[in-house]
Design a protein around this ligand. Structure first.
Ligand code: ADE
Length: 246
């Protein structure tokens, strides 16, 4: 895929450094995000890390010092790829997807959406040589980000998750901004349940209050539902919410 347009005209831009550029845009080429990509509301560039290999075998990884299973991505190769595609003064955040990173959540997603874009580094195998992580943390503000306490086979699916979450918040991507305000986590609660036609399905009626036409009662019911679901399923969120509500 081609690199995105020059900075002055650039929309929110993601540059993904990966050994598998063909995985992108993948699911991001569909639905809301895909239409927004086609419409130029955001831009995506991929960089094949292998292009920065130094030998004729195009080696990007090697066995770990100290022994053990798996392969480690070489710091020289990955660092050259980052240096060629990430300008530390661009204002774009440099993120390395890793299960050891700061946990991705809606606050970080909102921060990223408010900025000019991101450079994402995807690791494979056992991950990246620690020296490349250290060097770019010092030099370019690299941050490690995890999408949750699961181990994926590489950073690419995590990058897709992160980008999906950010892109839907970009101006013009999601139709009604009201639907964003109601999202789970936006007010510290999980979202209330939704219903549509038919009004009776399989012996299960839609709750009466939703048919009442009383906006205030609907809003109150939805808040109660959101609170009950959050309390039952996510004691951690509930504790933080209860504290913030005083
Ligand atoms: N790479 C492998 N597992 C990951 C995770 N949970 N989050 C981000 N990147 C990863």
């Amino acid at each position: 895929m081609a690199e995105p347009a020059p900075a002055e005209a650039a929309p929110w831009t993601a540059t993904v450094l990966t050994l598998f550029p063909e995985m992108f845009p993948g699911p991001l080429g569909h639905s809301l995000g895909g239409k927004a990509l086609a419409d130029g509301l955001w831009a995506l560039g991929t960089v094949d890390i292998r292009a920065y290999a130094r030998d004729r075998h195009r080696t990007v990884d090697d066995t770990p010092y100290g022994g053990g299973a798996g392969m480690v991505m070489r710091p020289d190769v990955v660092s050259d790829a980052i240096a060629a595609h990430h300008a530390p003064d661009s204002g774009r955040r440099l993120l390395y997807l890793s299960p050891r990173g700061r946990r991705l959540g809606q606050p970080l997603v909102r921060e990223l959406a408010a900025g000019p874009g991101v450079t994402l580094v995807c690791g494979r195998y056992e991950g990246l040589d620690q020296r490349a992580i250290d060097a770019w943390s010092e030099r370019g503000g690299l941050e490690e980000v995890s999408i949750g306490d699961v181990v994926l086979s590489g950073g690419e699916p995590a990058a897709l998750v992160l980008l999906d979450a950010v892109v839907r918040l970009l101006p013009g991507v999601t139709g009604k901004t009201e639907s964003l305000d109601n999202d789970s986590f936006e007010d510290g609660l999980l979202e209330y349940p939704h219903y549509t036609r038919p009004r009776d399905w399989d012996g299960r009626p839609v709750p009466d209050v939703l048919i009442s036409g009383h906006h205030a009662r609907v809003a109150q019911w939805r808040r109660e539902q959101a609170e009950a679901i959050t309390r039952a399923r996510r004691p951690d969120l509930w504790a933080a919410y209860a504290e913030s509500e005083g």
